[in-house]
Every structure is written in C-alpha cells, then in structure tokens.
Design a protein around this ligand. Structure first.
Ligand code: CMP
Length: 156
C-alpha cells in the first residue's frame, strides 16, 4: 500500500514540477534544401512540442555571426557561419513541458555519427556542420535566441 502511495505521489509531483517552457529550433539550410521541413515539424508535433511561432528567412553572415557569437574562437566557426548563411533556414519557437530538454533529446548528438537512432540528426544530418537542426541548450539561451528572431507579439 505504502509502495503504491509513493508511486502515486512521485507521479503527481513530477507532473506538477514539469515546467512549460519555450525553446528555439532552427531547421538549417541542408535540411531545407533536402525538403525535410515537413518531416521535422511532424516530429516536433508528434512529441508534444507545439509550434507557437515560425518564419523562413535567409540570414547574412554578419547576423549569423551574432547568433553564434559564443563560438567565435572555435576552429569550426568560419565554416559554421558560411554554411548557416548559405541558404534559407526556418526559425521556430516550440512550447511544451520541458521543451528545451525534450527538443535536445529529439535532435540527437551534434555529430550525426554519434546521434541515437531515430533522432533528427541521425535521420537528416549530413555532417557535424550540416547537422539539420539547432536547439537552445538552456533557459538563458532560449530567451536570447527566441528574441533574436521574434518579438513577443509574434509568438502565439
Ligand atoms: P548547433 O547545435 O547549431 O550549435 C553550434 C554548431 O556548431 C553545431 O550545431 C554545429 O553545427 C557546429 N559545430 C559544433 N561542433 C563542431 C565541430 N566540432 N566541428 C564542426 N562544427 C561544429
């Protein structure tokens, strides 16, 4: 009896503690070019992530450098900026319980050869640079990255 009460209380507390969050996702130029937008959006929706803002756009190298400024001293930075400004991207705000972690889990590892089977990168990425999707990695990044693309009035 005590065991069942404990399980019940654990379930209730995890439900109460699960936080509704927003996170930024980007469908990168490789996945747009390969016509994988629809398949990626379906994965979000099938996994309980609600699309509350979305826009297709092509960023200049200057704008994408600002977005990835934290990586500016990394050796892969020039290639990343060149690739991310090479074609249109889709910027999306996803909303849901633990949306940041859930999206990161759905995406899989940065290097697609190390990504778990069934994740977006295992399914759609070509390389560590051309890796199909981006997702915010913390609440602070999510806030900064969402406001990089959207005003509050554009988020539903
Ligand atoms: P993303 O999740 O958008 O965050 C930063 C990006 O830098 C990452 O996906 C990759 O596209 C790229 N990146 C990270 N690590 C490497 C690496 N070791 N080599 C090349 N590109 C990388």
């Amino acid at each position: 009896m005590t065991k069942y009460l404990c399980i019940f209380l654990t379930l209730i507390s995890s439900l109460l503690l699960a936080e509704t969050e927003k996170t930024l996702s980007i469908i990168k130029p490789d996945a747009v070019q390969a016509q994988n937008i629809g398949k990626i959006l379906s994965k979000f929706e099938e996994n309980g992530l609600k699309i509350v803002a979305m826009r297709m756009l092509k960023l200049t190298p200057e704008r994408i450098s600002q977005f990835y400024a934290e990586h500016k001293d990394r050796p892969f930075y020039p290639a990343l900026v060149e690739f991310m400004s090479s074609g249109p991207i889709v910027a999306i705000v996803l909303k849901g319980e633990d949306a940041i972690a859930k999206n990161r889990q759905l995406m899989g590892a940065t290097d697609p050869t190390k990504a778990t089977q069934g994740t977006l990168r295992a399914l759609f990425a070509q390389s560590t640079t051309k890796n199909a999707v981006h997702g915010s990695d913390s609440p602070q990044s999510a806030e900064r990255e969402i406001s990089f693309f959207f005003t509050p009035a554009e988020i539903y």
